[in-house]
Write a protein that binds this ligand. Structure first.
Ligand code: BES
Ligand code: MN
Ligand code: MN
Length: 476
């Protein structure tokens, strides 16, 4: 049996039009902040509302051989676990894992006046609001793809769909969940993940790498309380100056190059070629036209280098600070301490735990004036690089892209992180990965005016259905 492609396409379109879009509108309205952004998440119940919303939709689907569970572990976010028996005539006993997350990033400021994180608005085929694109649609699209295979004479192998709720906090709850699932995971030989991005909305973009992430709070103390800056300035050293010096140890201030040895890797030649070909095809459009203020420029005009900076080189962002009053409330005070929250993206193949260790020792050794440096909330997550794409999958994806988009599939690296992919790559070293997603130009996950490109989400659903069907008949 093979999938009746035409009917699957129509059925997927009808599902998006008549059902999925409305369910996602409801989902966007739920402020299901990830635990890192809502320490009271358990009592507040928003994660639970999102779980209930998605779980009850899944339970209402007419999918053969499906069981739906919510796995609960003490003190951890819940995990939706959907098992679907093999269907049709698959030639494999292996399992396909499908993955998405339902936890969200915080509000962020700067939303267009008539938009907001929890007020879904559909305009020009885009669903605006927090978490629709990152990553609420994944559960709906993944199950709809399975349903489309079943309803149109296709086959699929055994499937396990996991929807987690701690991704935006670095997926701290997933290792324990995976242990608790044990043999229910099965022998995973294909992972389908809709939590990534795309460079344009007119073809299939397959993610070939994701960066890892290292996070720390670095705090420098100098006196027990704030002092008149006229009396103390010049006698008591400034904690801002000290922390500035510490940052100079880890980053070249002129270029933004990271100086930590463990955070730099040799970039594989094939990945450089991949970036060069994306740069040749898209030109500066590959940089997604960031909304630069007048007169400002990007780090480099060389598009290939810029893409490699984003995907295979480390970069530091200072994402928060304590101890600094807002300017409108700032008196002439020599402040007692400065804390910065540092977020370092690390290359796909870097050892993030080693980077964290090198970072910590670099920031805390031989600090000027003997000022105590405290490292708080250390976190690290490894990146991921795709294993070599097997020919059956390359051709299944390319065929799906040509059918759905009328264009060949394209390969490229991403700059964001999905901690679970690194864990899965280590656990199932011979599995193949289809990592793709809707986080394309202007979709602005984590920022203001996040949107889900509805037509693209629908097209990716069609791609997944075709890949599931081909996997069932091609792998032995
Ligand atoms: N969906 C994103 C990852 C992503 C972003 C992939 C852009 C491709 C393009 C994911 O939800 C995410 O934001 N992950 C966090 C992980 C972190 C907390 C370890 C991230 O990248 O900040
Ligand atoms: Mn995501
Ligand atoms: Mn995200």
């Amino acid at each position: 049996m093979t999938l009746a492609f035409g009917n699957a396409t129509d059925q997927i379109a009808a599902a998006w039009r008549d059902d999925l879009t409305d369910r996602l509108v409801e989902y966007v309205a739920i402020p299901a902040l990830s635990p890192n952004f809502d320490p009271g998440w358990e009592a507040n119940g928003e994660i639970e509302r999102a779980v209930t919303h998605i779980r009850s939709w899944i339970e209402g689907r007419d999918v053969a051989g499906m069981t739906v569970d919510v796995q609960r572990l003490p003190g951890r976010t819940p995990l939706i676990v959907v098992e679907i028996d093999a269907f049709g005539e698959p030639t494999t006993d292996a399992t396909v894992m499908l993955y998405g997350h339902l936890d969200k990033q915080p509000e962020m400021e700067g939303w267009r006046e008539d938009l907001g994180p929890w007020t879904p608005v559909i305009e020009d085929g885009k669903l605006y609001g927090r978490g629709g694109a990152d990553d609420g649609y994944a559960a709906f699209a993944s199950l709809t793809a399975i349903e489309a295979v079943q309803r149109n004479g296709g086959s699929h192998a055994r499937c396990v769909l996991l929807i987690e709720a701690s991704e935006e906090s670095g997926s701290p709850d997933l290792p324990a969940h995976v242990d608790a699932l044990a043999e229910r995971l099965g022998d995973v030989d294909l992972v389908l993940c809709l939590d990534s991005g795309c460079m344009t909305y007119d073809t299939l973009w397959l993610t070939t790498s994701l960066r890892g992430l290292v996070l720390v709070d670095v705090r420098v103390d100098i006196v027990a309380e704030g002092l008149h800056s006229g009396s103390a300035g010049g006698i008591v050293p400034s904690t801002f100056r000290i922390v500035r010096g510490l940052l100079d140890r880890i980053e070249d201030v002129g270029s933004g190059r990271l100086l930590l040895e463990s955070a730099n890797v040799e970039i594989p030649a094939g990945r450089i070629a991949e970036a060069a070909s994306v740069a040749a095809e898209l030109g500066v459009a590959a940089l997604e036209s960031p909304p630069l203020v007048p007169g400002a420029t990007v780090t480099t005009e060389d598009v290939t280098e810029a893409l490699l900076n984003k995907t295979w080189r480390p970069s530091l962002s200072t994402i928060g600070a304590d101890g600094l009053p807002p300017t409108s409330k700032a008196g002439n005070v020599l402040r007692p301490y400065t804390t910065l929250k540092l977020s370092i993206r690390v290359p796909p193949t870097a050892d993030s735990a080693a980077v964290l260790e090198e970072l910590t020792s670099t920031l805390t050794t031989d600090v000027p004036y003997g000022a105590p440096v405290t490292i708080g909330h250390p976190e690290s997550a490894d990146g991921w690089e795709a294993p070599e794409l097997q020919p059956w999958l390359a051709s299944a994806l390319d065929d799906a892209s040509r059918t759905v988009f009328g264009k060949p599939m394209q390969l490229y690296g991403e700059g964001g992180s999905i901690p679970f992919m690194g864990m899965l790559g280590a656990k199932f070293p011979s599995a193949q990965f289809v990592i793709t997603g809707v986080l394309g130009p202007q979709s602005n996950a984590h920022g203001p005016n996040e949107f889900l490109h509805l037509a693209y989400a629908e097209q990716l659903t069609g791609v997944l259905a075709r890949v599931l069907d081909r996997h069932a008949s091609t792998s032995a």
